[in-house]
Design a protein around this ligand. Sequence first.
Ligand SMILES: C[S@@+](CC[C@H](N)C(=O)[O-])C[C@H]1O[C@@H](n2cnc3c(N)ncnc32)[C@H](O)[C@@H]1O
Length: 266
Amino acid sequence: MDLYNTSALFNQNMSKEQQDKFQEFYKKVFSEYDITTIHDCSVGAGGTTIPFARLGYQVSGSDLSENLLNKAKENFKREGYDVELFPCDFRKLGEVLPNTYDCIISTGNSLPHVNNQDVHEFIKNIATKINKDGLLFLDMRNWDKILKERPIFSARDPLVMTAEEHVSLYQIWNWHDDLSVDFIFVSSTDRQGKHEKTSILSAPTYYPLKFEAYEKMLNDNGFEVKSCFDVDGLWFKPQNEEMKTGNFQEDFDNIGWYAVLAQKVK
Ligand SMILES: C[S@@+](CC[C@H](N)C(=O)[O-])C[C@H]1O[C@@H](n2cnc3c(N)ncnc32)[C@H](O)[C@@H]1O
């Protein structure tokens, strides 16, 4: 079953702890820029985007998945925000967006769901919808690192771990010849020590996007990278921390998830 057609991501980053962490991070990243309007082009259920609304930005969102958009409407409303949300493939956004924006964002490793050529087209089209000196913000998995390691299996943190119930989560990486990859998530539920069920969900295919390729696409379309951030602490439990120096370039091979803030300079 397709992950994005289920409720599995309905509450992603919606806990108070995660909301506070993202809000603090965004405050640090964006406070030096004079921006008001932010459009998230892969808003999902909104958990990663609501912290922008909390910081007072005027937020809107779009996504391919109507299932997740419906939940985003609920999540924003519950938090007290009435935002414009509509279905759209981000590859078509340049033609569809009603306004121009100070900042366009794509969070949660969403952009690599389309191949590199489509990412390039996306940046080219979206550039026309970003105001002068505006920003393009993205966070994604470190695909350079993933391609080097080519994992095929990883055990993730258990979803539930109580005396009565134990839900383990495993990820299988199904690599294709062109180096695109499908993530298959297997969860196994034991209750009172007895196996109850196994569920299998898969995400749409990912097309690895390397840092240098992404930076070139930005530069080719009039953007300049302003800052890059290690966001392992937001998306994972801190990892390889003892190997890190705090310098993005030096730490790159040990970072699992990062964010890139680019500014439209031409
Ligand atoms: C892992 S989720 C991340 C959602 C959200 N940004 C977050 O951080 O929680 C990936 C999202 O990308 C969306 N997506 C995938 N391909 C897309 C496309 N071509 N256009 C718009 N959204 C897309 C999916 O529907 C899904 O909501």
